[in-house]
Design a protein around this ligand. Structure first.
Ligand SMILES: Cc1cc2nc3c(=O)[nH]c(=O)nc-3n(C[C@H](O)[C@H](O)[C@H](O)COP(=O)(O)OP(=O)(O)OC[C@H]3O[C@@H](n4cnc5c(N)ncnc54)[C@H](O)[C@@H]3O)c2cc1C
Length: 460
C-alpha cells in the first residue's frame, strides 16, 4: 500500500501541473457538495481534457491503489461527491464542449462537464427544448445529472434524465472505455448496459460524454393558486391534470414561503397568506385556459395568479426555487422521498402527527414535485438548539428517520426520489431494500469496478 505522498509523486510524473492541482484551497473546495459531509479533503484534484486523460487516471488508481471521487457541479444533496478518505477528485468541468447537434433527429452530443443551464439555453437558441430543469441547473453538470438521474419540475410530463439520454460514453472503474453513442431512441440489441450507469452516482464509471434528445418547445402558462387545505389543493390538481396537459406541478406550504420571504428579497406573488400553494405549468391553448378558469370557479382557491409573460413567470416561480436555500439554517433533517400522489395527503398527515408527538420544537417544512409524488421532506428546529443541544439533535434525527421509514414502508414509498443515496442514506437503503436486490447491486459494482476505486462509501 503506497502512502498519499508516494501516490501524488507518481501522478505528478504522469500529469502536468495544470491538470493536477494539489494546493489546499483547491483540494478543500472540490472535496464537498451542498451537504458538506466530507470527512477529509481531497488529496488532489484532476481536471481531464479528454477521455484518454480519464482512462489514464482510472488505470493508475487500479495500479497504485488509490480511490477517485467523480465530481460535477457539486450541487448534490446526498454527499455523493464528498471525499471521505483523501481520494483524488476528478472534475469534469473542463470537458464542457457541445460536440455536435443533429437538428433533424434533435439529438445533441455533449461532453459531461456542460452546465445544465447552458444546454437549456443552447436548446432555446435552436428553437427546441431540454426539459430537465431544477433550481440548481445553473451549476450542475450533465455528467452529474446522468450520475444522479436528475429529475426536477418537468418529470411528470417528460420523465427524468434517463428518459432524455440516447447515448453515453463511460470510463468504467477498470479504466475501460464503453461507447454507447449511437444516439438511438430504440435499441434492443442485448442488455441496455448504459442504463446501469444512469443513477449509479459515480460508483460504476465516470461519464465523459452524453447524447440527449431535445423535444419540441411547448407553449405553456404558469398558474399559482393558494388553498386553505392540502386536500383541496389535491382535488383541484387531480381535476386539472385529467383535463389539460400539465407540464409541472409543484407545491409548498406557508411555512416554506415565510422562510424564503424572510431570507431573500422576494415578494409573495399571492399577496395573501395561503397555507398551501400550488404552482402548475399547463398548455397554453384557449380550451385549457377556459378549463382552468372553470376549475378556479369550482374550487375557489384563496387567490390565483396566471403569468402570461416571462417576467411574471419568473416572479411566480421565485418562492419555489429558493425554498431549498432558505431552509438551510436550523435544518435538522432533509429527505427526498416519493409516494404516489393519491396517497400523499394521508401520508403527510400521519408524518406531521408523528413529529408533533416527538417534540413541539420541530416543524415540518414540505414542498416539492407534487406531479410525481416527490416530496422534499424537511424537518426544522424552530428554537436555536441546532448548535447547542447535540444530544437532543441526534435523538430527534434517529427518531424522525425511524418514523419516516415505517411510514414509507406502509405507503410503498421511496427513501430517495431523485437525490440518490450518496453518503447520506446508506443506512436507509440497507433497511429499505431487500437483501436479494442489494446483493445484485453489489455484484454489479464488482463487475465494473472490481478493485473498488470509484467513489468508496457511496450507495452501500
Ligand atoms: C437548490 C437545489 C435544488 C435541487 N433540485 C433538484 C431537483 O429538483 N431534482 C434533482 O434531481 N436534483 C436536485 N438537486 C440536486 C442536484 O442538483 C442534482 O442531483 C444534480 O444532478 C447534481 O449534479 P452535479 O453536477 O452538481 O453533480 P455532483 O453533485 O457533483 O455529483 C453528484 C453525484 O454524481 C457523481 N458524478 C458527478 N459527475 C459525474 C460524472 N461525470 N461521471 C460519473 N459520476 C459523476 C458524483 O460522484 C456524485 O455521486 C438540487 C440541488 C440544489 C442545491
Amino acid at each position: 500500500m503506497q502512502t498519499t505522498s508516494e501516490i501524488l509523486t507518481a501522478l505528478q510524473k504522469v500529469f502536468p501541473q495544470e491538470k493536477l492541482k494539489t494546493d489546499v484551497e483547491c483540494c478543500v473546495r472540490y472535496s464537498s457538495d451542498r451537504t458538506e459531509l466530507s470527512s477529509t479533503s481531497a488529496a488532489a484534484v484532476f481536471f481531464p481534457d479528454n477521455n484518454e486523460d480519464v482512462i489514464a487516471l482510472v488505470k493508475l488508481a487500479n495500479e497504485l491503489g488509490f480511490c477517485i471521487v467523480p465530481s460535477g457541479g457539486r450541487t448534490g444533496l446526498s454527499g455523493g461527491s464528498c471525499t471521505v478518505q483523501h481520494e483524488v477528485v476528478v472534475s469534469l468541468e473542463r470537458m464542457n464542449r457541445i460536440i455536435a447537434y443533429d437538428d433533424v433527429d434533435n439529438v445533441v452530443h455533449c461532453q459531461a462537464g456542460v452546465i445544465t443551464q447552458n444546454l437549456q439555453q443552447y436548446a432555446e437558441q435552436k428553437g427546441v427544448f431540454y426539459p430537465v430543469d431544477f433550481a440548481s441547473s445553473g451549476s450542475s453538470q450533465l455528467g452529474g445529472n446522468v450520475a444522479t438521474n436528475a429529475g426536477g419540475v418537468h418529470v411528470m410530463h417528460y420523465g427524468m434524465t434517463r428518459q432524455q439520454v440516447v447515448g453515453l460514453v463511460v470510463v468504467t472503474g477498470e479504466g475501460k472505455l464503453l461507447k454507447f453513442d449511437k444516439g438511438l431512441r430504440k435499441n434492443n440489441a442485448g442488455y441496455d448496459l448504459k442504463q446501469l450507469f444512469i443513477g449509479s452516482e459515480g460508483t460504476l464509471g465516470i461519464v465523459t460524454e452524453v447524447l440527449l434528445q431535445f423535444v419540441k418547445k411547448p407553449a405553456k402558462l404558469s398558474l399559482l393558486s393558494g388553498f386553505d387545505s392540502f386536500e383541496k389543493l389535491l382535488e383541484f390538481y387531480f381535476d386539472l391534470r385529467g383535463r389539460v396537459n400539465v407540464y409541472a406541478a409543484e407545491f409548498y406550504t406557508a411555512f416554506c414561503e415565510a422562510k424564503v420571504l424572510s431570507r431573500f428579497e422576494i415578494k409573495s406573488p399571492l399577496v395573501k397568506k395561503c397555507p398551501f400553494s400550488l404552482l402548475v405549468e399547463f398548455e397554453d391553448t384557449e380550451i385549457a385556459t377556459a378549463m382552468v378558469s372553470e376549475l378556479i370557479e369550482k374550487y375557489q382557491p384563496i387567490k390565483s395568479v396566471v403569468a402570461v409573460n416571462q417576467s411574471q413567470q419568473k416572479s411566480l416561480w421565485a418562492v419555489r426555487e429558493n425554498i431549498s436555500d432558505a431552509l438551510t439554517t436550523q435544518l435538522l433533517l432533509k429527505n427526498d422521498i416519493a409516494v404516489r400522489p393519491s396517497l400523499l395527503s394521508r401520508f403527510l398527515t400521519e408524518c406531521a402527527s408523528d413529529l408533533r408527538n416527538l417534540s413541539a420544537d420541530l416543524q415540518l417544512a414540505v414542498f416539492g414535485h407534487l406531479g410525481d409524488g416527490n416530496i422534499h421532506f424537511n424537518v426544522v428546529v424552530e428554537k436555536n438548539v441546532v448548535r447547542t443541544d447535540q444530544k437532543f439533535i441526534e435523538k430527534m434525527k434517529k427518531a424522525i428517520a425511524g418514523n419516516l421509514l415505517v411510514k414509507l414502508e406502509k405507503y410503498h414509498g421511496s427513501i430517495s426520489a431523485e437525490h440518490g443515496i450518496g453518503l447520506l442514506k446508506t443506512d436507509l437503503l440497507a433497511k429499505n431494500e431487500s437483501e436479494e436486490i442489494l446483493g445484485y447491486m453489489k455484484q454489479l459494482k464488482m463487475v465494473f469496478d472490481p478493485k473498488g476505486v470509484l467513489n468508496p462509501g457511496k450507495v452501500f
